[in-house]
Write a protein that binds this ligand. Structure first.
Ligand code: ATP
Ligand code: MG
Length: 440
């Protein structure tokens, strides 16, 4: 559906539920200063949407007719950021209020707005609120809260979509996805997070346009993908990405067939992430990278082992290859991929429990993350790891003396009968630790 024939609705303060008392005091300061200086001053986007449905906004965005330099002049604590899309950040300690000048419909002097192959690579043409609304993504993200009279301004029937829980792109959906393919991920994130349905015309192009995700700069795609998986609704996000055939575009090396061990592992990890976020516990992108690329790393390492390579080297090389190939699509900063690699490498050390080795592993800075990863593998059905998982669960809850005893008794056991972990073949080469076939 197109939104051309929409009528402007101004909903007075008495007829909506957005209360000033729920707005961050810093955002109110910025809104009031802009207003006093004679500019149009409005909250816009996700914060208006969230406040209207009783959620706590993640951040506060302000839209105004003041130009970036004018905004800069009003706030000492502000700076201009972005070239593709110039905006002003006003900072108050750790809180950043984003102030954006209304985008216009014109083309400017030819340099201010640039479309490259249908993709909007720069948009710095300024205009009015009526024009600005067309540049926003979804109708529910295009509501303005005007601080002057506390009314909500609705050009696109966003209030109705908000009431019905519908995500609808403004304008022609295919064109809007082509302009900025990240909108395909935004629709998934909002649908999962808000529990909203996706309007049929907005959903329809998704499956065909998935490959456009590769047009997004890999560094930006990393940010977008992390927002998806750290939204607190990662399990639902995964279902939706798969449903619209977008997951395979993002992670072409990670195929998780129905009913496979690999799939159970990934879904469990997503559920676990959601639970941690709900409990206010930290979640690191490194863990998400480790989880999403484990299957291809393991598979490739096992191929190398079959060709006679030593296990540690096989895993190290496989990890490098997969991380490199995946980074061409989603560029994970090195500090995260390094930790993902450590989590994988530590998986190889868990079965080796003899004496000092085990005690050293307990002290490893990544022990906890690697242990959580191991337990996910156990819980998703890698039965050969059951006993190993239980052993590590027990030992970490003991005091140092008891830990030493437990590690020594593991030594005795393994020096008596040849243990799985320390077994060597005739050439002195270590056997693969996990003789399970790759989860498939
Ligand atoms: P969140 O809850 O994640 O903050 P949000 O809707 O506020 O959601 P932001 O990324 O903070 O998202 O952007 C603020 C607003 O800017 C959006 O609501 C939307 O109106 C507009 N916007 C952001 N990104 C885009 C985009 N890629 N295309 C069009 N409009 C966008
Ligand atoms: Mg926001």
């Amino acid at each position: 559906m197109n939104n051309k024939n929409k009528t402007l609705r101004i909903i007075p303060r008495s007829e909506h539920t957005l209360s000033r008392s729920n707005i961050s005091p810093n955002a109110l300061k910025v809104l009031n200063r802009l207003l006093q200086a004679g500019y149009s001053s409005n909250l816009v986007g996700g914060c208006v949407r969230d406040l209207l449905i009783g959620h706590q906004p993640k951040d506060f965005d302000i839209a105004t007719d003041a130009h970036p330099e004018e905004i800069r002049a009003l706030f000492k604590n502000s700076r201009l950021i972005g070239r593709r899309f110039r905006i002003v950040h006003v900072t108050f300690g750790r809180e950043i209020i984003e102030v954006v000048t209304f985008r216009g419909a014109g083309t400017g002097n030819g340099q201010d707005r640039e479309l490259r192959g249908g993709m909007l690579v720069r948009d710095n043409v300024y205009g009015t609120m009526e024009e600005d609304v067309w540049r926003r993504d979804f109708t529910v993200n295009a509501l303005y809260y005007n601080i002057a009279d506390q009314s909500v301004i609705d050009f696109m029937d966003g209030m109705q979509d908000l009431r019905n829980g519908v995500l609808r792109l403004i304008g022609n959906p295919e064109k809007r996805y082509r302009e900025d393919p990240a909108r395909m991920l935004r629709v998934i994130r909002f649908s999962a997070k808000l529990g909203f349905s996706i309007d049929a015309a907005t959903a329809e192009p998704l499956a065909n346009l998935g490959r456009l995700l590769h047009e997004i700069a890999p560094a930006r795609l990393f940010e977008e993908v992390m927002k998806l998986f750290l939204s607190g609704h990662a399990e639902r996000v995964f279902e939706l990405l798969e449903h619209y055939q977008l997951f395979e575009q993002l992670f072409p090396y990670s195929r998780f067939p129905a009913d496979s061990l690999a799939r159970r592992f990934f879904v469990k990890a997503m559920r676990n992430t959601d639970e941690r976020i709900a409990q206010g516990k930290p979640v690191t992108p490194a863990f998400l990278i480790a989880v999403s690329l484990w299957k291809p790393v393991k598979q490739r390492a096992e191929d190398r082992i079959r060709q006679g390579q030593k296990e540690t080297i096989a895993y190290r090389e496989a990890a490098s290859e997969i991380l490199r190939d995946q980074a061409a699509i989603i560029r994970q900063p090195r500090r995260f991929s390094a930790v993902a690699r450590e989590i994988w490498m530590l998986q190889l050390r868990f079965p080796r429990r003899r004496g000092k080795r085990a005690l050293r592993l307990l002290q490893h800075p990544r022990f906890r993350a690697a242990y959580d990863f191991l337990m996910l593998r156990v819980q998703s059905g890698e039965t050969s790891l059951q006993e190993i998982g239980e052993w590590w669960t027990r030992i970490q809850n003991l005091d140092e003396n008891q830990q030493e005893k437990m590690a020594i008794s593991a030594s005795r056991r393994s020096s008596g009968k040849s243990s799985r972990s320390g077994r060597r073949n005739k050439k002195g080469r270590q056997k693969p630790l996990n003789e399970n076939p790759c989860p498939e």
